[in-house]
Design a protein around this ligand. Structure first.
Ligand code: ASP
Length: 310
């Protein structure tokens, strides 16, 4: 199943997989070629390109755009049978979502990283990178969208979330078999989408502040199945009146968001005011999807259409 002799492109961006310990703390400084030199010998032809050297917790939308553009450039080459992106695990679910939203090519696109730095005696990066490269050259990965190879698991990007900050296989699928609607290619740095986590006593003026800062969209990580306080609903109404697209998610790791409760602060009320339910995707990935939609010139109808099938 693995295509011996095929070309696999490896794009490196930093993260723990490329980090070593320094007096001021670990940071990514391992060069792409040195990273690939640590893996077991392979019959595949490996092409390495360094894109970034960032800890993924510090990644910016323009960096994510740069990764996506670099992936597109690799897939423009018909000799490439698959692409691997190495990335920090902290925000891998976001970059993986961005790539998956625009990955309309059947060739495999695999992301990987590590939980232990490259200079750790039991570094997991080399094993993960080998697995990612093998998956990128494997026909069984074709047509599956972006996959995350970590700790012996292959997790679909759509619905993936980092559920454990230390486990070697930190990503879990929030819900199996999610649909994979794809969106037109665009650069997300053009749109501002804020994510607000809701809790007892949250100040509704945080939403007004976000609007005043120029948010085009807003994702609410609400309590339970998508509920909050009536005063937050009033702030959502104000935001929507100003043209902001509001998407409703849950801060609960698993389960769906549903318009069940009313009483002024429930999902029924939020939907009545114009919020769009994201039924399965969690806030981090819903935020990326909304950013893609708004950056591409879409608005409320396009967001409705996307989240209606996601
Ligand atoms: N802070 C690191 C990063 O996301 C963590 C990791 O890679 O696991 O870049």
């Amino acid at each position: 199943m693995v295509n011996t002799g095929a070309v696999v492109s490896i794009l490196t961006t930093g993260g723990t997989i490329a980090s070593r310990g320094f007096a001021g703390g670990a940071r990514p400084d391992v060069r792409g070629d040195d990273l690939v030199a640590t893996i077991a010998p392979t019959d595949l032809v490996l092409r390495v390109r360094e894109i970034l050297h960032v800890d993924s917790s510090a990644i910016l939308p323009a960096d994510q755009d740069a990764i996506r553009l670099a992936v597109d450039a690799e897939f423009a080459d018909p000799d490439v049978c698959g692409v691997v992106v190495t990335h920090g695990t902290d925000t891998m679910e976001e970059t993986a979502m961005l790539l998956d939203l625009m990955h309309d090519d059947p060739r495999p696109l695999i992301m990987t990283g590590a939980q232990r730095p490259a200079d750790s005696p039991d570094a997991d990066g080399p094993t993960n990178l080998s697995a990612a490269i093998a998956a990128a050259a494997d026909d069984r990965s074709r047509g599956s969208g972006v996959l995350i190879a970590m700790g012996g698991s292959l997790t679909p990007a759509r619905g993936a979330t980092k559920l454990d900050s230390g486990a070697l296989a930190p990503f879990a699928e929030i819900h199996p078999g999610l649909a994979r609607p794809v969106l037109p290619r665009t650069c997300i740095a053009r749109a501002r989408v804020d994510l607000l986590s809701l809790y007892p006593g949250v100040d509704p003026e945080l939403l007004d502040w976000s609007v005043s800062r120029g948010a085009d969209g807003m994702v609410l990580s609400a309590t339970g199945s998508g509920n909050t306080h009536p005063e937050v609903v009033a702030a959502v109404t104000r935001a929507i009146d100003r043209g902001v697209v509001v998407v409703l998610c849950s801060r609960v790791p698993r389960g769906h968001v549903i318009a069940h409760y009313g009483g002024g602060g429930g999902a029924v009320d939020l939907v009545h005011e114009g919020a769009i339910i994201s039924p399965w995707l969690r806030a981090s990935q819903s935020r990326i999807a909304l950013q893609v939609i708004l950056a591409g010139g879409g608005g409320r109808p396009e967001a409705d259409a996307f989240f209606g099938t996601a």
